[in-house]
Ligand binder design. Structure first.
Ligand SMILES: Nc1ncnc2c1ncn2[C@@H]1O[C@H](COP(=O)(O)OP(=O)(O)OP(=O)(O)O)[C@@H](O)[C@H]1O
Length: 253
């Protein structure tokens, strides 16, 4: 049964840029969906619409009203005047059915898992780029969201760090099973993480292929093991290669 339903006729910005047109899909509860498409086609725009940050579109987006939603943006977006712990507590202060002690214990455990326990009193300006991303990841997960939107969350991280975070993400997802929409430019990252990959066209974006990933979990982490699936996909759908040169790059080992 569908948990999230997206039925967009179009999204046109006031300056006339039409970024999404006739874009429709559904996501099941607990499904992990990757969104892959050319730069500038409208992936971030789509997440903004789903998050309710932009209501200026034609169409419908539906998911249960009581859903806890988390959004991990392209940039960590930590408030510079708050330390790590207070940046995370910002989302914990929202009303919740969970007891406060339970949520604080979860924050402590996540900080520990991500190696940030000793930096909870540090301010964003005192953290490396990777540490800020890890703090943003704790903030996205601490509320145990039912719908998790992630916009290229591991871009510009060194590969071992990114790979470690992907594994943690999969572990957390397995434990609480939010529905995930994960934007990436890396086909390998999408193959490693997702149940389904939605390939988007160039702008105005629509879905050109809804691809169920034919790999059982746990997935192989090495690119060499993903390669046969990737090769078969690209042989069957050579159209995916046009306009998306990043597909050639093994961005995830
Ligand atoms: N506020 C805005 N006003 C006008 N045009 C915008 C606005 N925000 C985005 N756009 C345009 O909408 C299109 C889609 O942008 P968006 O950021 O959603 O793309 P994207 O697929 O996420 O790109 P990338 O992969 O490079 O992050 C782009 O052409 C962009 O210039």
């Amino acid at each position: 049964m569908s948990f999230l339903s997206v039925d967009l006729q179009h999204k046109t910005y006031p300056n006339g840029v039409c970024t999404l047109r006739d874009l429709r899909f559904q996501a099941g509860k607990g499904e992990f969906i990757a969104l892959v498409g050319p730069s500038g086609t409208g992936k971030s725009t789509l997440l903004n619409l789903i998050a309710g940050l932009d209501a200026g579109f034609e169409g419908r987006i539906d998911y249960p009203a009581d859903t806890t939603l988390s959004f991990m943006f392209q940039e960590p977006r930590l408030l510079p005047w708050l330390n790590v712990e207070d940046n995370i507590r910002l989302v914990l202060d929202a009303p919740s059915r969970q007891a406060d002690t339970q949520r604080c214990a979860r924050m402590d455990a996540l900080l520990e898992q991500l190696g940030l326990a000793d930096f909870r009193a540090s301010f964003p300006g005192q953290l490396s780029g990777g540490m800020k991303r890890r703090a943003a990841l704790v903030r996205a997960f601490v509320t145990q969201p039912g719908l998790l939107l992630m916009d290229e969350p591991f871009q510009s991280l060194d590969e071992p760090t990114a790979q470690g975070l992907r594994q943690l993400l999969l572990q957390w997802w397995g434990e609480t099973r939010p529905t995930v929409l994960f934007v990436t430019h890396s086909l390998n990252e999408a193959l490693l993480l997702a149940d389904r990959i939605l390939f988007l066209s160039a702008r105005p974006a629509h879905i050109i292929l809804d691809y169920p990933v034919p790999l059982v979990r746990p997935r192989p982490l090495a690119t060499s093991q993903l390669q046969p699936v990737r090769n078969e996909l690209l042989q069957q759908h050579p159209e995916l290669l046009s306009g998306i040169p990043t597909f050639y790059q093994p961005a995830c080992p």
